[in-house]
Design a binder for this molecule. Structure first.
Ligand SMILES: *[C@@H]1O[C@H](CO)[C@@H](O)[C@H](O)[C@H]1NC(C)=O
Ligand SMILES: *[C@@H]1O[C@H](CO)[C@@H](O)[C@H](O)[C@H]1NC(C)=O
Ligand SMILES: *[C@@H]1O[C@H](CO)[C@@H](O)[C@H](O)[C@H]1NC(C)=O
Ligand SMILES: CC(=O)N[C@H]1CO[C@H](CO)[C@@H](O)[C@@H]1O
Length: 289
């Protein structure tokens, strides 16, 4: 892959649309800006090194509308990151290391290095839309806290007083959920019975979680919680989700505490759905009257 240079504003949206759920890294540059010009060869190298991402070069003078709409016309070089036509991140830097770090971080949320893995076309890992300050975890241990389960590494979330956990995940914008991953160790401490609730207006306690009617309940098999495990959700029920609460009721080995090594959701931001499809359906409805 190489860097694609856009020569006018009208090329921008089609490039985002064609890239689907792949990561798009847009470099906003100017010919008169020496920091930009010094960084360009490095961006070329990144595009070879990370072929799963799409790299676009946008000259802010040739594409003035795009640059000003994204507020980057005067802060160069600037980088915006998109997936499914939605802006997921931004970075203003002339520092090669910082840029590469950011690219790597976003590609890791694809869930591995070999292609799109088990994420079907059109969907994406929603990790970048998790609003950490709006998340909450009940009964997490001090040593192995909630944030550990959002990272794909050797750290984990562990319960404290008993085997139960309540994890509430808030999103930065409404999302449609397609599936989730809830991984755990194979020593008996991995999560087993799980209730999923959406859009809870206030945080749940353990009594409420036991007695309330969930959106769905799952009894996870030992395979479900292994590395390539994926739990499909009943998609129609998750079309407009602001937050999701995961109640982990027990674990596989009746162990005293439960461990979660990784939790993530796959879906799309509601905003990214094709508006022209939406209008077409709405139009049809009108005609039938
Ligand atoms: C949206 O839907 C229309 C009509 O089906 C289609 O022509 C267009 O290519 C779609 N756009 C995207 C970005 O998928
Ligand atoms: C979760 O979503 C509901 C419904 O949209 C909202 O009322 C509530 O404030 C949200 N809770 C949190 C913690 O974000
Ligand atoms: C979640 O909350 C939002 C905002 O309150 C609402 O628009 C949406 O319909 C709710 N989703 C579901 C599936 O109940
Ligand atoms: C059921 C249970 O163990 N509840 C405890 C979990 O941890 C929280 C603190 O995070 C306690 O308040 C609960 O009593």
């Amino acid at each position: 892959m190489s860097v694609k240079t856009l020569s006018n504003d009208s090329e921008f949206q089609p490039e985002l649309a064609n890239s689907g759920s792949r990561l798009v890294v847009v470099a906003f540059v100017a010919s008169w800006n020496s920091q930009c010009q010094q960084l360009l060869p490095f961006i070329g190298q990144l595009s070879t090194k990370y072929p799963r991402a799409v790299f676009l070069e946008v000259d802010v003078e040739q594409c003035q509308t795009v640059a000003s709409r994204h507020g980057v016309a005067s802060t160069l070089p600037s980088f915006l990151f998109f997936r499914n036509k939605v802006r997921v991140d931004q970075l203003q830097t002339a520092e090669p290391g910082a840029l590469e770090e950011k690219v790597k971080q976003h590609l890791e949320s694809d869930g591995g290095s070999d292609g799109d893995g088990d994420i079907p076309r059109g969907y994406m890992d929603l990790g970048t839309f998790i609003y950490k300050a709006g998340c909450e975890c009940l009964n997490e241990s001090d040593e192995h806290g909630f944030e550990n389960c959002l990272q794909k590494d050797s750290t984990f979330l562990e319960s404290d007083c008993d085997e139960q956990l309540i994890v509430s995940i808030a999103f930065t914008q409404p999302v449609k959920l397609y599936s989730f991953k809830l991984l755990g160790p194979d020593n008996g401490q991995g999560p087993k019975t799980v209730k999923i609730f959406i859009n809870q207006t206030r945080s749940m306690d353990f009594d409420q979680a036991e007695t309330s009617e969930p959106t769905q309940t799952f009894v996870l098999s030992p395979e479900d919680i292994q590395d390539d495990g994926v739990i499909q959700l009943r998609y129609v029920k998750y079309q407009n989700v602001n937050n999701v609460t995961v109640f982990i009721k027990d674990n596989h080995g009746a162990e005293e505490t439960t461990r979660v090594t990784y939790l993530t959701f796959v879906g799309t931001p509601v905003q990214a759905t094709n508006m022209s499809d939406f209008k077409r359906i709405a139009g049809k409805k009108g005609e039938s009257h």
